[in-house]
Design a protein around this ligand. Sequence first.
Ligand code: UDP
Length: 276
Amino acid sequence: MTAGDTATRGQTDTGTRRRGERESRVTIAGVAVDNLGFDETLERIDALAGEGGPHYMAVVNAAKIVGANRDEELLRVLHGADLVTADGMSVVWASRLLGRPLKERVTGIDLFEKLVGHAAARGLSVFFFGAREDSVRGVAELFGSRHSNLKIAGMRDGYFAESESERIAGEINRSGADLLFVALGSPAQEKWIAANIERSGVRFALGVGGSFDHLSGRARRAPRWMQRAGLEWLYRLLSEPRRLWRRYMVGNTLFIWLVVTQLLRRNTPKKQEGKG
Ligand code: UDP
C-alpha cells in the first residue's frame, strides 16, 4: 500500500477545519506533518484543550512513517490526529529534501514536559498511562515535585490484556482527567488513543513512547549535542543494538526509499504534486 496524499485530519463535528491548519501541513511519504514550531504547537494544543475534547496528537519518526505505509490502521490513526509533528530529525531532513522544509523537530518528550507544566498552571488534571509500574510512578513523582499544584487524576502501568482496554478507558474517564499521556510504544499507543479517546473522556491525548522511562531515570536519553545533531537514534542503537539494529537498518532504508520515490514522482511532469 502506498499512503495517499489527501488525508483529512482531525475533522471537527461539522467536518470542517480551520484553513491555516490545512495549509501548514507537509506530506512525507503519505503522512501529513504539521509545519509548526515548538511554541506554535504548544499554543495549538492549549487551544484544543481549551475547546474541550476529544483531541489527540501524534509525533512521527522515520520508523512510524514507514509503519504507516505498511499498516493501514496506523495510517488512518495518523490522519485522524488533530496534530502530527516530527519527533525525528530524519523527518525534518526529508522535508528539506522534498523542498517543503519543516520549521523544526517537535518531540513528544519535550511537549510532554511543557504540557504538564501548562496543566499545572491552568488547573487541568493529568493521567499517566503506560510503561512499567515503577516508571509511571517515577514520572508522577517527578512532575509532582516540579509542580506542587499539579492535579494528577490517576496513573496506571502499560501492561494489560487487550480485553481490558475498555475498562481502562472507563477508569480514566472516572478519574476526570483532562490531559492523557500514553506511553505504550508505537504503534500500540497511537492505536489505543484513537480507539479509546472518546470513552476516556479526556480533552487531549498524546502518545509519548519511552518518555516515562527517560524522565523517571529508568532509561537515559541521548546527550543534548547528539539530539541536536539528529543522532538520538544512534545513541539508542548503541544502547540496545540487538533489539534495535534491524528496526533502524530496515526502517531507515525503507524511509529513504519512500522519500526518494516521492521526490522522483514529484519531479515527473505528469504527476506533479507540488502541494506536499
Ligand atoms: N510498554 C508498555 N506496554 C507494553 C509494551 C511497552 O507500557 O505492552 C512501554 C515500555 O515499558 C516503554 C514504552 O512502552 O516504556 C516503549 O518505549 P519505546 O522507547 O520502545 O517506544 P517506541 O520507540 O516504540 O515509541
